[in-house]
Design a protein around this ligand. Structure first.
Ligand code: FES
Length: 154
């Protein structure tokens, strides 16, 4: 499925001038990417909703905190990742069309062009760690997908 490129939004999030709304929850596509503009950047946003059994498994394994702490998972168990849409190998804005997967125990996005895998949590390329995608901290706030601590220079 090809992602839509969402309109730029410069509106600050309601409760802070440092947070910016990238899109709405309704714009997200589960297990896939959408692309939003922010301050001249194309940001690919990937949404992995909580598994139906996630809350149950969390309550059964309360000691398993180290691994979960690496994932940007909210209280409901949903995961959101935001990375640069530009593929550093091809220079094309295609990362939002990539396929989400898991490699070496990490959630990754595979470039649709040359198939390199980038870790979603920090953007590092598994095949060539010298290359990485810029990442952004994002979160769901009500119906908004919010870029946290948005700066004017990014
Ligand atoms: S003010 Fe709402 S997320 Fe920062």
């Amino acid at each position: 499925m090809s992602p839509s490129t969402l309109a730029a939004s410069t509106a600050a999030h309601a409760s802070s001038p440092h947070c910016a709304r990238l899109c709405t929850r309704a714009d997200l596509v589960a297990h896939s990417g959408v692309v939003a503009w922010h301050a001249g950047h194309q940001i690919a946003i990937f949404y992995l909703p909580a598994r139906p059994d996630a809350a149950d498994s969390r309550s059964r394994q309360p000691e398993d905190t180290a691994d979960r702490s690496r994932q940007p998972e909210d209280a409901a168990g949903d995961c959101l990742y935001a990375v640069d849409n530009r593929d550093p190998f091809s220079g094309a804005n295609v990362i939002g069309r990539g396929i989400i997967g898991e490699l070496q125990g990490e959630r990754v996005i595979a470039s649709p062009l040359y198939k390199q895998h980038f870790r979603l949590r920090d953007g590092v390329c598994l095949e060539d760690p010298e290359q990485r995608l810029q990442t952004w901290p994002v979160a769901l706030r009500g119906d908004d997908v919010v870029l946290l601590e948005a700066r004017a220079d990014i």
